[in-house]
Write a protein that binds this ligand. Structure first.
Ligand code: HEM
Length: 508
């Protein structure tokens, strides 16, 4: 009750502040409107050296070690209300979590032209220090900020986001999907193998798919001889290492900026390996294009060819970005959708009917994907670093603070979506008069691909990959799930851990 009243007050304050920001003025003059200082925002305390890590330890931690992203957010929201902070240490910025859409919308919209999303500073270090000679001041999308980011994104946007251009990959991605489904056909009776290695199988499919786009060729991840020294294996390991170490290197502490920790050294080697492998593939793509000896129409050109036409450095950097951001995100999201379909047989049957129909518009398939992304976002929270002072919810938030929007948590609240915890793809197809209509929730609540001009550049590719795979999979198999729910873990992104209790029978 108290929280509700408070949250109403914050909403009023936020709307007022929004108006004042939009007018380009900020009024601190009236004592009644005087913002409360940043340090008075409630939140988790920090200890020297380890920062807020102790809150996540067993027994003594106020949050605990075993909660997933949703549970952590729920706990923080209930304990602190609509705004809370987590103090950073060393060079790590302070973080503020905002649990009301109006509050984070104010910050996100203020940066619409030039969004700041810090991340992977160790990768930035690698690119700027060790690859300086090669890339000569260029940094990729995930590491660049400000003008540098804008310039790079403007160059690559047309190659990656135009649906018509991405569709060039539909036949190739369909071949990859068929190969992956054929592997599952051979493996489906080996329950013990799949229970343990299902994620490996999904990652082999997602890497093979994104490599087709990023490197311009199939790389053999779905072949039987996918041994430890296969470049695909190494690329997979690189992506995994980045996720495993990100919480330590990027989130809790930036101690590596003062001296090279073992984890930091390991990451530098990982980045180097990923760089070397993608450079080799891009070089062979360039060779193939040169050997072709004739130009092909614009709309038939591959993404690699378009990127190479901009600059070879851009092609290599973008390949690196796609190979980091486009493997586990896609396999996780496809696994989530499979899981929800396995747990909701009526929805799976309805989807199969649509897939087998002659109607080329697979609207229910798109709705299923949207619904599973609402329930399980691989990036559960979105983040922007403030580039100016704000007054949010009555508090002063200075420049240089990381503002976190807990989108996945909010997307599963009943006040925004009826039957919030259920898998109801129909809400994305319902019309306005239907209480289920998705548009009743503020648009900024569900952002699986992020926000505004800095949102995911691989979105179209990811959607095409997942939808193509699902068409083949659900046509072939009736997918079920046996036993306790699938187990989620959260590092910097969400992931699943074994056992994977999917079962596959031939679909009628
Ligand atoms: C279902 C799969 C995927 C999901 C849910 C996802 C989600 C996201 C999110 C939430 C962001 C942050 C956006 C923001 O801050 O507003 C992001 C950024 C990014 N994603 Fe994805 N992603 C997926 C697949 C992919 C794929 C397949 C690629 C590459 C082909 C990719 C490449 C990138 C890149 C390069 C960025 C940084 C964009 C920038 O800062 O300009 N992602 N993604």
């Amino acid at each position: 009750m108290r929280n509700n009243t408070l949250s109403e007050c914050y909403k009023v304050l936020a709307v007022r502040t929004q108006t004042s920001v939009q007018n380009g003025r900020r009024s601190y003059s009236s004592p009644a409107q005087e913002p409360k200082p940043f340090k008075s925002i409630p939140g988790l305390s920090s200890l020297p050296i380890i920062g807020p890590v102790h809150h996540f330890l067993p027994i003594i931690g106020s949050i605990g070690p075993d909660l997933n992203a949703f549970e952590v957010m729920e706990k923080l929201h209930k304990k602190y209300g609509p705004i809370m902070k987590m103090e950073g240490i060393f060079a790590r910025a302070n973080m503020v979590f905002l649990f009301e859409p109006e509050l984070f919308e104010q910050v996100f919209r203020a940066q619409e032209a030039n969004p700041l999303r810090p991340g992977f500073q160790s990768l930035e270090y690698f690119r700027e220090k060790t690859q300086k000679g090669t890339i000569d001041g260029l940094t990729g999308l995930t590491t660049a900020q400000g003008e540098k980011w804008r310039e790079f994104r403007t160059k690559v946007n047309p190659a990656l986001l135009k649906l018509k251009l991405v569709k060039v990959y539909a036949p190739g991605l369909d071949e990859v999907a068929q190969d992956a489904v054929n592997r599952l056909k051979r493996l489906k009776d080996d329950k013990a193998y799949l229970e343990k290695n299902f994620n490996l199988e999904m990652t082999r499919w997602s890497l093979e798919s994104v490599a087709l786009v990023a490197l311009g060729s199939r790389i053999g991840c779905l072949d039987d001889d996918f041994t430890e020294d296969h470049p695909g294996r190494k690329l997979m390991q690189c992506a995994k290492d980045m996720l495993d170490t990100a919480v330590e290197l990027e989130l809790f502490s930036s101690i590596w900026k003062y001296f090279a920790t073992p984890t930091f050294k390991k990451m530098m080697n990982t980045y180097q390996m990923q760089w070397d492998i993608s450079t080799k593939y891009i070089e062979s793509a360039r060779k193939r294009i040169n050997e072709r000896g004739y130009a092909i129409p614009d709309e038939e050109q591959s993404i690699v060819e378009r990127l190479l036409a901009i600059d070879e450095r851009v092609a290599v950097l973008m390949a690196n970005e796609m190979l980091s951001a486009g493997i586990d995100t896609v396999s996780f999201s496809a696994t989530s959708l499979m899981y929800y379909l396995a747990k909701n047989q009526d929805k799976q049957d309805k989807l199969r009917e649509e897939i087998r129909s002659d109607n080329p518009h697979k609207r229910y398939l798109r709705a299923c994907l949207k619904e599973s992304l609402r329930l399980r976002a691989v990036v559960p929270s979105n983040l922007r670093r403030t580039d100016r002072d704000h007054i949010v919810g009555g508090y002063h938030i200075p420049k240089g603070v990381d503002v976190v929007a807990p989108n996945e948590y909010l997307s599963r609240l009943e006040k925004y979506y009826p039957q919030a915890h259920d898998f109801v793809p129909e809400r994305w197809l319902a019309d306005k008069s239907d209480p289920l209509y998705y548009g009743n929730a503020p648009q900024i609540i569900t952002l699986p691909f992020g926000f505004g001009i800095r949102s995911c550049i691989g979105r179209r590719i990811a959607e095409l990959e997942i939808e193509t795979f699902m068409k083949r999979l659900i046509d072939e198999f009736k997918v079920t799930w046996e036993g306790p729910p699938i187990k989620l873990v959260n590092k910097i992104m969400s992931g699943y851990v074994p056992p994977y209790n999917f079962r596959f029978e031939n679909a009628k």
